[in-house]
Unconditional design. Structure first.
Length: 458
């Protein structure tokens, strides 16, 4: 192996080292770049470059948040890393102005983030962080990494040091237990929706395709496949565990669940209340955009104009009990309708699993810090209202987290609309100052009763 890549000496540790470069740590890096006086930062990512859900950049799909939910604007509208400045630099402000678009296409958001990642200093792609430790003698974190070549092979080992860390390792595709052996087999056409575009040609050529999952990704995949197949010979089955193909809650007051006000309210709730609340709020963030639902119905209706019904089956309320291969080219799904208690068998040529994502486990990367971690009753890291892991007092540095705190901060955790606010909160906490003044109030809804207001109006 060659000499180590970028690192800091023990005499000059970084103020902040970020692990992972997705939208949330990219937001933090962009805002850290604008802190008065400067911060010494470094961010490490094992992928060779920034890409945002490349397998789901289906033509015509849009973000489910307005363009103001870029990396910086909701904390600093004057930042040079804003989406509007990206448009200005690309000489596209006037076309965007006349497009009157509030929700931009996903491909454009991906291109914007790649523009930021290409120009922002302190980002190190092709660097896999292997271990993190606390050095009690020097009051710094030690971060070991492997520098990778363009093919993903180890090229060099390195170590850097930091006063503080932020984890932004993101989520990973979730595959239900009955389907994991099939999804792991390279020759079986069972794919997670995160890889949809990589397999789209094979899927559109398959005689029969089954899509599993009732969220936005499942709806977009179903619609794209439907549009690509001839009328009367669609041969698509769409299954979902939910009781309905339900629209996402997108009312203006409903959206206030994605404000800092609600995040603070949720964080202050008892642990058992938070645990019960998150699963019941699925329609706030796991439903389907109403426009996508309408487009699906319009497409199905258009295909019925000649008096026939499209060969597409949409069945909610179904779970997959078991799955296996049938002969050499087929997949057999054994399903159960939860309300009816009935069972059936579906034979299909390919399966797309639009079954969502789970927070990527942190135990491996934090193994060296495990003695210092404070956990809740379920063994999860305790995280305070400043997005810091609760550590033993002997650790003077902070470990902040991004998109790994749903259990403490609620359904807004993975929402892009809170990215800049959370990043600003972290930087304000880290610096002990207020480089990014944040609003005290962000919602018309008053979540809960303040102690001094209990009994008011009785």
């Amino acid at each position: 192996m060659t000499a180590p890549g970028p690192q800091s000496s023990l005499d000059q540790p970084h103020d902040l080292v970020g692990i992972g470069i997705g939208p949330f740590n990219l937001s933090l890096a962009a805002l850290a770049h604008g802190v008065p006086g400067g911060l010494a930062t470094a961010f490490y990512e094992q992928r060779p470059s920034f890409r945002w859900h490349p397998g789901l950049l289906i033509e015509g799909t849009t973000l489910q948040v307005p363009f103001l939910a870029d990396l910086v604007t909701l904390a600093d509208p004057t930042s040079p890393w804003s989406f509007l400045n990206y448009l200005r630099r690309r000489e596209r402000l006037f076309p965007f102005y006349f497009a009157e678009t509030f929700h931009i296409q996903r491909t454009e958001y991906d291109a914007y983030c790649r523009w930021v990642s290409d120009h922002l200093p302190g980002l190190h792609f092709g660097h896999q962080v292997d271990a993190v430790r606390w050095n009690n003698e020097r009051d710094v974190f030690e971060v070991d990494y492997t520098q990778l070549d363009p093919g993903g092979e180890a090229e060099a080992l390195g170590r850097t040091h930091a006063r503080h860390l932020v984890l932004g390792v993101g989520t990973e595709p979730y595959i239900p237990e009955p389907l994991r052996p099939l999804a792991a087999a390279p020759t079986v056409p069972v794919f997670h929706s995160s890889d949809y575009l990589h397999h789209r040609a094979r899927l559109t050529a398959a005689d029969h395709v089954t899509v599993i999952g009732s969220g936005q990704s499942g709806a977009e995949v179903f619609l794209d496949l439907l549009r690509a197949r001839p009328a009367g010979a669609e041969r698509i089955h769409w299954l979902a565990r939910t009781e309905a193909f339900a629209p996402m809650e997108y009312s203006k007051l409903g959206l206030e669940h994605f404000t800092p006000d609600y995040t603070r309210y949720f964080h202050a709730l008892p642990e058992h209340v938070r645990n019960d609340l998150v699963p019941r709020q699925w329609q706030l963030h796991k439903g389907i955009d109403a426009g996508t639902i309408a487009a699906i119905h319009d497409e199905l209706y258009r295909r019925s104009l000649d008096g026939g019904w499209p060969d597409a089956v949409l069945t909610p309320g179904v779970r997959v009990r078991t799955a296996g291969r049938l002969a050499t080219t087929k997949v057999e799904l054994h399903v159960e309708h939860v309300q009816q208690g009935t069972r059936d068998r579906i034979v299909t040529d390919a399966v797309v699993l639009a079954t969502g994502y789970r927070e990527r486990p942190l135990d491996a990367i934090l193994a060296g810090l495990d003695p210092y971690l404070r956990r809740d009753s379920a063994g999860r890291p305790r995280i305070d209202d400043q997005y810091r892991m609760v550590l033993d007092p002997s650790v003077t540095g902070a470990v902040h987290v991004q998109n790994a705190e749903t259990h403490t901060h609620g359904v807004g955790t993975p929402d892009l609309g809170l990215a800049a606010w959370r990043a600003a909160t972290i930087l304000n906490s880290l610096t002990g100052k207020e480089p990014y003044p944040l609003p005290r109030r962000t919602a018309f809804t008053r979540f809960g009763l303040l102690p001094e207001q209990r009994g008011a109006g009785r």
